[in-house]
Design a protein around this ligand. Sequence first.
Ligand SMILES: Nc1ncnc2c1ncn2[C@@H]1O[C@H](COP(=O)(O)OP(=O)(O)OP(=O)(O)O)[C@@H](O)[C@H]1O
Ligand SMILES: [Mg+2]
Length: 268
Amino acid sequence: MRIAVCGKGGSGKSTISALLAKQMAKTKNVLVLDIDESNYGLHSQLGMVAPQDLMEYFGGKKGFKEKQKSPKTTQFWGLAANENSTGKPAQQQSRFFKNRWGFSDLPAEFVEEKEGIRLMAVGKIHDFGEGCACPMGVLTREFLENLDLGKNDVVIVDTEAGTEHFGRGVDKDFDLILVVVDPSYESLKLSKKFDEFGSQCGCSVYFVLNRVEPDIREEMLNSVNCANVVAEIPAKRELFKASLKGEELDIELEEIAKLAEFLEHVRY
Ligand SMILES: Nc1ncnc2c1ncn2[C@@H]1O[C@H](COP(=O)(O)OP(=O)(O)OP(=O)(O)O)[C@@H](O)[C@H]1O
Ligand SMILES: [Mg+2]
């Protein structure tokens, strides 16, 4: 199952992604894929060091762009032929993958791993003036399209804030979209947009209300498609403090356990 975690900037996407990954890793093989090029904290929330950008595997952003311009020949930069476990050919249009990858084919030097969770990052903005993030969108799409999942494999994708990934068409590769909604006017408004995009790309959209407090709960519920609210996460000082210090989120919440259970059984 491929789950996208979306929402407004600062709504709690990385926090929910990390907590959910930890919960789901109790019963599943979990890969957390960080596609937010300007977020540098997810690995700390998982208690890991930052993985090397997957973009580097494909020649870095500059090399990747050059290869994108070249004609679609039989050249592949990712993996030598038949060097993986799936043996299945990549999607025809791919210039970067010859074969599809399973979890066991992920290049080890680009994967951090802890307690059953794998973490990968597509790429980050490292330098002033290095150009737009478009190659990261292309690589994300190709990676997801050419990733084979076993019955027990789950990919949790922590997306960048807002709706740009929908514009890039990345979201058609997800099975399910979780929209994290915080108690702000912008977030509640944006949730409607996510609902629309979800139906356009044929993907189920569910809402996770975050930082819910009793006196605002009703208003939050009334402002989103409440039939699709699958979790209400309370405001927790411990989460905030751990993030402030860049510490691992070692906090178990029953609301996250219930969310994981829902995801295990939902049809998509
Ligand atoms: N339920 C919660 N209770 C308390 N604090 C929270 C909660 N959820 C998130 N936060 C805090 O809100 C801030 C933003 O969270 P987070 O970084 O997860 O958001 P994000 O959506 O990933 O942000 P960005 O758009 O920058 O990637 C952090 O300080 C985090 O600790
Ligand atoms: Mg984030």
